[in-house]
Design a protein around this ligand. Structure first.
Ligand SMILES: [Zn+2]
Length: 212
């Protein structure tokens, strides 16, 4: 058996608070979910960033959201090869096995994963895991308007938005997503979370707008 250290007091304190408060309040729900299984209606693809947890932003109860998180909250293109694709496996399970009806791609402000796509922002190369993971975003950087690039804050936010839009394009490269969307049984959504304001913006036909 591999060795493993004890959980930190920070985690254990949090767990004890969960046991004594939230679990007590939601015990029946947890037991029902255990017996009946999960039936979430939405999968959220989001960044791993500790400040933008989808369950918190959407105030979700256990069993309500199926969540896949990675650096940048990116959806890769459909790649039916023999490599291991974690995000694609999560989408496959949520859509084909659980039958979710909504896919939400949620970016967020001050995203270090997105910032990594700007050359020189952080010392990453294509041989790093993150450099490889965000490589597709470099094409989006090259497509940015020079006016956007002049302001680093604006450039980053624009790329955070473009990244969500590209992930939605990438979702449609999965044949079982495209067919369900065309049949009206699956809806794709784009969202972006402003950390400081706690404000969610939504990708609408008219562009990015704050949710009322
Ligand atoms: Zn992020």
């Amino acid at each position: 058996m591999p060795s493993s250290a004890a959980l930190s007091s920070e985690l254990l304190d949090g767990y004890r608070r969960f046991r004594s408060t939230r679990y007590q309040a939601e015990r029946d729900r947890y037991r029902r979910l255990e017996q009946e299984g999960q039936r979430p209606t939405t999968i959220v693809v989001a960044c791993s960033d500790s400040r933008s947890a989808p369950e918190t932003v959407f105030d979700a109860l256990p069993g309500e959201l199926f969540v896949v998180r990675n650096v940048g909250g990116l959806v890769p293109v459909y790649a039916p090869d023999t490599r291991s694709h974690g995000a694609s496996a999560a989408l496959e399970f949520a859509i084909l096995a659980l039958g979710v009806r909504h896919v939400v791609v949620m970016g967020h402000g001050r995203c270090a994963g997105i910032a990594a796509a700007f050359d020189g922002t952080v010392p990453l190369t294509s041989s790093d895991f993150i450099g490889t993971w965000v490589a597709g975003l470099r094409d989006l950087v090259r497509e940015l308007d020079p006016a956007d690039l002049a302001d680093p804050v604006q450039a980053r936010r624009t790329l955070e938005h473009r990244s969500v839009e590209q992930s939605i394009v990438n979702l449609r490269t999965f044949p079982w997503i495209r067919s369900r969307e065309e049949a009206g049984s699956l809806v794709l959504h784009g969202a972006w979370f402003d950390i400081a304001l706690g404000e969610l913006h939504e990708l609408t036909p008219g562009g990015w707008l704050p949710v009322e």
